[in-house]
Design a protein around this ligand. Structure first.
Ligand SMILES: *Cc1c(COP(=O)(O)O)cnc(C)c1O
Length: 405
């Protein structure tokens, strides 16, 4: 009565399962992701995931090795001086790996803190047995070179400064050039958390010998799938820092050792290989678009349209315009009792745009992402959808000042 084994399995799990999308089961068109990662991706990036791949295959290896070189170049890394070290996992994982590798156990690391990702970095360092020394900066204010210089002068035991470049919680971009200059002048080392900006907001490793590493993840401005963290790191420092990590999994020095032993096409442990395949396509798209400058220009325009558009609606921006970065836009939640975040998010999603359903600032805000495979027209439609959604919810009072007006 031959029912094929495969058919039995299909019935057991329901073959339709894999074809029902996760967050738009009831919608014919998937919503666009307007969030700061994982971001909206190009269909070709998604399609690259649909294959089974052996990571150690002789056709896979050269492609992996070449992908590393292309990423090193984007970071301004110099051949022989810098290497690209991909690591399985998310942004926190690669950041922890950099902290463990370049900050010896028990040593102090200076961390300017002006938002949620600063807080997270402090926790990562502390739980890894390093000693975070925080500079507490009011949320929404930038870290300055002068602050760093002062803190380093006061405490000679601080060996490393670790900085969030683009603070994704607030949309503020810390001025890395002046911060790096202070680190260099004080003869200390620098780690850059470029997770939310890499590929759009530049940081040139070749111009910054004081930088041990810049780290990022696959699923933000590079517009690829989640699953891989990348460090672009100095070879001399990796060599000097062997034995620091106290973790095999999170040891960047061991990744260098692995590459030297088994080749630059070899991947230590099982990788998110489909995500790497998707990343290769995302790199092609990145280069075809015109690289970092083109991407920054597109995101800057996206963020401007969101910012100006929502100000025109009467909403109050969380940051003044001159501090508004290109990654996300935060708006104060309207002080009208008719507004609640989750119903707002749900109604916006029905109009085709999915935004975060949580606030990442101390004051209640909502945030709309400007990054990913999104274009100015998408942003204009998003602003219109925000206006319609506020109408639908019956939100009349949009800002704290409009009552007086
Ligand atoms: C997204 C992000 C991270 C890492 O987030 P994961 O969820 O671990 O990928 C770290 N730092 C910044 C600034 C980020 O935006």
């Amino acid at each position: 009565m031959g029912m094929r084994f495969a058919d039995a399995t299909d019935q057991a799990i329901g073959v339709e399962k894999g074809t029902v999308p996760w967050h738009h089961a009831a919608m014919t068109q998937p919503p666009l992701l307007l969030i700061p990662g994982p971001v909206q991706t190009d269909p070709r990036v998604k399609a690259a995931m649909a294959q089974d791949i052996a990571p150690w295959d002789n056709e896979t290896r050269p492609r992996y090795a070449s992908l590393r070189e292309r990423v090193r170049v984007i970071a301004g890394g110099v051949e022989g001086e810098h290497v690209c070290l991909p690591l399985q996992g998310c942004g926190h994982f690669i950041l922890e790996a950099a902290l463990r590798t370049f900050v010896p156990p028990g040593q102090k690391v200076l961390i300017p803190n002006n938002g949620n990702y600063g807080v997270r970095m402090i926790r990562l360092a502390a739980e890894a047995g390093r000693v975070p020394v925080a500079i507490d900066i009011p949320e929404g204010e930038v870290a300055t070179g002068a602050m760093i210089a002062r803190a380093l002068a006061e405490d000679p035991a601080i060996g490393t400064v670790s900085v969030v470049h683009s603070e994704t919680a607030t949309a503020l971009v810390n001025p890395m050039e002046e911060i790096a200059a202070s680190v260099k002048a004080a003869g200390r080392r620098l780690i850059v958390d470029a997770v939310s900006g890499f590929g759009a907001i530049p940081f040139d490793m070749g111009a910054h010998p004081e930088a041990d590493a810049v780290v990022f993840s696959s699923n933000k401005c590079m517009e690829a799938m989640p699953g891989i963290g990348f460090a672009i790191a100095r070879v001399d420092r990796l060599e000097a820092c062997r034995g620091n990590a106290g973790s095999w999994s999170f040891d960047l020095a061991d990744l260098l050792h692995h590459a030297r032993t088994f080749g630059w096409g070899s991947i230590r442990f099982t990788p998110a290989i489909q995500s790497l395949a998707a990343f290769e396509v995302a790199l092609d798209i990145f280069e075809a678009e015109g690289g970092q400058q083109a991407r920054l220009a597109r995101y800057t325009e996206n963020a401007r349209i969101l910012y100006d558009g929502m100000v025109d609606l009467g909403l109050t921006p969380w940051l003044p315009k001159d501090r508004q970065g290109p990654i996300i836009v935060n708006m104060h939640q309207p002080p009208d009792p008719a507004f609640a975040l989750q119903p707002f998010v749900d109604a916006l999603k029905r109009r085709g745009f999915l935004i975060s359903n949580f606030s990442t600032t101390t004051a209640p805000t909502f945030r709309i992402g400007a990054i990913g495979r999104l274009f100015p027209d998408d942003m204009r439609r998003a602003v219109t959808a925000v206006a319609e959604t506020l109408d639908e919810l019956g939100v009349r009072r949009l800002s704290r000042t409009d009552i007086a007006a």
